[in-house]
Design a protein around this ligand. Structure first.
Ligand SMILES: C[S@@+](CC[C@H](N)C(=O)[O-])C[C@H]1O[C@@H](n2cnc3c(N)ncnc32)[C@H](O)[C@@H]1O
Length: 244
C-alpha cells in the first residue's frame, strides 16, 4: 500500500461521523451527489423492492433506507457511528431494526437473513474488504443482491495525478458539510481489485454502472452541471452483485 503525502493518519478527527453527523445529514439531504445522484441511482438499480428484506450496511442517518422503505422494502440498518444511528432512528422510527455495529466485525444477523443488501459509500473507508464482503455474503440469501457504491477508482488520479492507479492507496480530502469542516480518509483501489474481491467473496458482478444524475439536477445545480455537457460526471461507481 502507499499513502498520499499530506494525507497522513495525524489529520485530526478524520471520518469522524459522530462529530459531523448533523452537518453531514443536512448536506446529504439536498446535495447533488447524494440526493440527486447516488440515492436515485441506488433506487433505480434496486428496482421493485416491495416486500424485500434489505440490509443497509453503513446506513448513516438512513436516507437510503427511507427511500427503499418508501418503495415497500422492509429495511434494517447498521452504522459504526452511534450519532448517525440515532439520527436514522429519528428518521425511520422505533420499529426499524437499527444497530450500532462495525462493518469490519461479524454482523449481528443470522445467515441468509436478507434478500438484498446495500453498502453505499462505506467500503471505500476500508483497506481490506475481505471480512465485510464475506459477512455481506453470509447474511444474504443465495441469489440475493448486494448494491455497492464507492468512490470511482479514477477519482484519485483526477485529484492527485502523480499517483499510481494500481496501488492500494490511503488518501484524504477536505469537505465542508453545511458549514462544518471535515476530513474524509479513503482507501483507493483499482477496479480489478474491487471485482476480484467480489468474486473471492462469492459474488457475481451483474452490473457496473456510471449513471447520470437525476434529471432535476440540471435545473437545481446549473453551475455544477454546466461543466458536464454530456449530462454525466465521474464521482461514484455503482455495482449490483449477486450472491452465488
Ligand atoms: C458517506 S456516509 C453514507 C451513509 C449512507 N450509506 C448514505 O449513502 O447516505 C458513510 C457512513 O459509513 C459509516 N461507516 C464508516 N466506517 C464504518 C464502519 N467501519 N462500519 C460501519 N459503518 C461505517 C459512517 O459512520 C457513515 O455513516
Amino acid at each position: 500500500m502507499s499513502a498520499i503525502p499530506g494525507s497522513s493518519a495525524d489529520m485530526a478527527m478524520e471520518n469522524d461521523y459522530d462529530g459531523f453527523a448533523e452537518a453531514y445529514t443536512i448536506e446529504n439531504e439536498t446535495s447533488l451527489i447524494n440526493a440527486y445522484y447516488a440515492r436515485p441511482a441506488i433506487v433505480d438499480l434496486a428496482g421493485d423492492v416491495a416486500g424485500r428484506r434489505i440490509l443497509d450496511a453503513g446506513c448513516g442517518s438512513g436516507p437510503v433506507s427511507a427511500a427503499l422503505r418508501d418503495r415497500g422494502a422492509v429495511v434494517s440498518g447498521f452504522d459504526r457511528s452511534a450519532r448517525m444511528v440515532e439520527l436514522a432512528r429519528q428518521r425511520l422510527g422505533d420499529d426499524v431494526d437499527l444497530r450500532v455495529a462495525d462493518i469490519t466485525r461479524p454482523f449481528p444477523y443470522p445467515d441468509g437473513a436478507f434478500d438484498d443488501a446495500v453498502a453505499a459509500l462505506v467500503l471505500h473507508y476500508l483497506e481490506d474488504w475481505t471480512a465485510p464482503l464475506a459477512e455481506l455474503r453470509r447474511v444474504l440469501k443465495p441469489g440475493g443482491r448486494l448494491i455497492v457504491v464507492v468512490n470511482h477508482p479514477i477519482m484519485l488520479k483526477i485529484v492527485h495525478r502523480e499517483t499510481d492507479y494500481f496501488a492500494i492507496t490511503r488518501w484524504s480530502d477536505e469537505y465542508d458539510f453545511n458549514g462544518q469542516k471535515a476530513v474524509l480518509t479513503y482507501w483507493h483501489r483499482p477496479l480489478h481489485a474491487m471485482t476480484d474481491a467480489f468474486t473471492a467473496a462469492g459474488f457475481r458482478t451483474a452490473i457496473i454502472s456510471e449513471p447520470p444524475p437525476a434529471p432535476e439536477a440540471h435545473e437545481l445545480f446549473p453551475d455544477e452541471m454546466a461543466g458536464f455537457p454530456s449530462g454525466a460526471f465521474i464521482s461514484f461507481l455503482f455495482f449490483v452483485l449477486e450472491a452465488a
